[in-house]
Structures are given as C-alpha cells and as structure tokens.
Ligand binder design. Structure first.
Ligand code: PMP
Length: 404
C-alpha cells in the first residue's frame, strides 16, 4: 500500500530546513534524493568490503565482485534485458551516449543520416554533432509542436534508406513529454536504423522493458532513480555491442596485451576500462530494489495525481504559462510568469525553502522554439506531497507579487 508519509521517513534530507523553512524539494528531474536504504549500502561498502574487483583472489575483492555483478543482474532484470552482459556500467547517461556515438564512428559514412528529436537534452545532441563532424553524416531533427510533442508525420517523412541511427529521449527533461518510442522504434527498424532511447527522465517513473520495446540501446543515470551520482548504465543488444569498438582502452577491458597487438575482453568488460565506480554500481542495484519495492505502477499513479493537482493550481495564477502541454506527460512542469525572469522566481522560491530549477535545462533548442530564455521547472518524485505543491503555488504567487 503506497503511503507517502511512510516513504518520506526513508529520506533523511527531506526533514532538513532551508533558509529556516522546511525543504520542499521539487528539483527531482535534476537529481533525486537518496533513501536511507541506499545510504546504508554505500556506508556498508566502505565499512566492510571496499576492494578492487575482478582481479583479487582475496575475500574482500571477491565479496565486492559478487555484489557488483549482482547489481548488474538486478539492472538486467529491471530492464528485462536478455543477458547480463548487455548491461554496461557507465558514469551516467552522458557517458553511455558518448560510448555509443564513439562506436558508430567506425560504422557511418558520408551521406548517412542520424535523426535526433527537437526535444533532446544537450547530452543527446552534442555527441551526435561530434560524430557527424568525424564521419560526414547528416544530423536531421524531428520537429516538435506547440504542445511540446514530436511531429510524427515529419519523423515518418525523414526516414529513408540513408537513416542509420535514431536518437530520442523517452521523456523530455525540459517539458515532461513522454515520446511515442514504441512507434519510433518500429518505424526506424523498417529502414534498418538503430535506435537509442535516452531514459534519464523516464526511468524514475516508468519501468522499461527493453525486449518488448525491441530497442537497440537504452541509457539511464542512477542519480535520477534514488541512486548515487557518477553512475549509470547502457543497455545494448548483444549484436550491437559486439559490433561496436571499445570506447576507452585500459585495464579490465582486455583479453591479452602485447606491444604488437591487444585483444579485447568479452562483453560487458570490453566497455568497462579501468576501475569502475564499484560502490556506485552496487548502490544503483540497491536503488532499483528500493524503487521496485514501492512499485512503479504505484509511483506513476501517485505522481500523476501530483502532476494534475500542480497543473490545475498553477494555472489559476494569472499570467502563468506552462510549456509542455501534451497529455502524455510525467511529473515535470515548466512555466513562466509573464514579464518576469525565471531566475528571479527561482531565487524567491529558494528563500522560501522551495528547490526548483531555472534556466534552459540543457535543452536550449526547446527554449529557442518557444522564444524564451528559460523556464522555472518544478519536477516531482513519489516522495513529494500535495501539501508541498500548495507551498509551491503560494510561493509562486508571492514571487509574482514581489516582482510585478
Ligand atoms: N538526458 C536527459 C533527458 C537528462 O535529463 C539528463 C540529465 N539532466 C541527461 C541526459 C544527462 O544525464 P547525466 O548528467 O546524468 O549524464
């Protein structure tokens, strides 16, 4: 049974004060908070079995290796990957995307097309631009409409035999739109193109099934899912991961090294050069356990109620405009008050203990589309409450009064 008051007790940070006021943390799309259960795993690792993995015969190393590989299996099960070796540990979504982009340098040629959506985070734009510079491939953009939805007929029209890759986020961090990735994957595959889905913003709310989606690559960051920063994952279909060359060279990723020739380790180690964030991987597994114990159906349902409540209450404020009005949304509300800079609103909200994000949210093309410098973004997690949203709404009203 979902009980938000019980859940909140798991998060020590939620009981702190900011500027003398109870913290109202509504910046979950930037990073989520960490429950005691995950903090305990981090402390437990450094207190009991901190050791380098995969290469030690001693007990601590074996314990750390076992826990790290168990975490990989937890992630495999969570995403329903066919094989554990299709899960690559990375430092986060950005690292995962760069790993794939680098790999495709050897597979693309001049004249090939890469399709990217207008709703992307910079980390799903810049690596592809760099890839295009290296290969002579063209970057083409699937446009969006005023509701912040992708224009699917335009996507259909962009697809051709030249399309080699399609990159779309599952959920937009700036607007909260949930993109129709099932359709996008299916259509792209008709043309033989590979699809990478950026799950940084979906994975805190939705449990993706990579086999049912038939997606080629799916990436996520632990720190948006109650886990630690500097940790993330790349799911790749075995066939693709075998085809892609390694990203970084170093220890762990080799089979044999001589000065004449080096051979690479099997999956997943081929992509995991150097000592990884061992504690981070183990804590990522613990975070996934934590969220699954609450249940993603319950999380989505509750967060949707928060989203509806917040949307309704915020829209009662005259001169407030919400960007991203698709019916397919997760718990992100991007808004502005007429004639007031988002940064000023965010500063006043902070004085009231309310944490929101202001700015372009690493999605400048979206801001350019709406012709605005940025927005105020409130983003909810399953540990937020309706009362906190009411505090936000009265804070926004206060900001409007002070700044008008
Ligand atoms: N993609 C999206 C949609 C995001 O929201 C973010 C984080 N804001 C990223 C990619 C990058 O994630 P990270 O900084 O954890 O690598």
């Amino acid at each position: 049974m979902f009980n938000v008051e019980t859940i909140r007790k798991d998060f020590p940070i939620l009981s702190r004060k900011v500027n003398g006021k109870p913290l109202v943390y509504l910046d979950n799309a930037a990073t989520s908070q960490t429950p005691q259960q995950v903090i305990d795993v981090i402390v437990g690792y450094y207190s009991n079995y901190n050791a380098n993995i995969h290469r030690g015969v001693h007990t601590l190393s074996q314990e750390a290796t076992d826990k790290y590989e168990q975490a990989r299996q937890k992630i495999q099960n969570h995403f329903n990957a066919k094989h554990a070796h299709e899960i690559i540990f990375t430092s986060g979504t950005t690292h995962s995307i760069n790993l794939v982009a680098n790999g495709f340098s050897t597979l693309l040629k001049k004249g090939d097309d890469i399709l990217v959506s207008a709703l992307e985070h910079h980390s799903n734009i810049v690596p592809w631009q760099m890839l295009c510079e290296r290969t002579g491939a063209n970057l083409k953009v699937i446009p969006m409409n005023q509701d912040g939805e992708l224009v699917i007929p335009e996507f259909d029209a962009l697809l051709s035999k030249n399309t080699k890759l399609v990159f779309v986020n599952h959920v937009s961090n700036a607007l909260g739109t949930v993109n129709p990735i099932e359709y996008i994957i299916k259509q792209a595959h008709l043309y033989g193109a590979a699809v990478l889905i950026d799950g940084a913003q979906s994975t805190p709310h939705i449990k993706p099934d990579v086999q049912a989606l038939d997606v080629d690559f799916y990436v996520a960051s632990a720190h948006k899912m109650c886990g630690p920063t500097g940790e993330g994952m790349l799911y790749g279909k075995e066939s693709w991961l075998k085809k892609l060359p390694p990203y970084q060279g170093g220890g762990e990723m080799i089979a044999e090294v001589t000065f004449e020739k080096t051979t690479y380790a099997d999956l997943p180690y081929k992509f995991e050069a150097g000592t990884p964030n061992i504690c981070g991987g183990i804590a990522f597994g613990a975070a996934i356990d934590y969220m699954n114990a609450i249940g993603f159906d319950a999380i989505s349902k509750y967060e949707h109620e928060l989203l509806e409540h917040a949307t309704e209450k915020l829209l009662e404020i005259e001169g407030l405009k919400i960007y991203g009005t698709s019916k397919q949304k997760t718990s992100v509300i991007s808004f502005n008050l007429e004639g007031i800079h988002p940064y000023d609103v965010g500063t006043i909200l902070d004085k009231l203990g309310i944490a929101v994000r202001t700015g372009h949210h690493c999605a400048q093309p979206i801001m350019d589309y709406f012709n605005i410098p940025g927005t105020v973004r409130a983003s909810f997690a399953f540990y937020n409450t309706k009362e906190e949203i009411d505090v936000l709404v009265s804070g926004v009203k206060k900001a409007k009064m002070m700044l008008s």
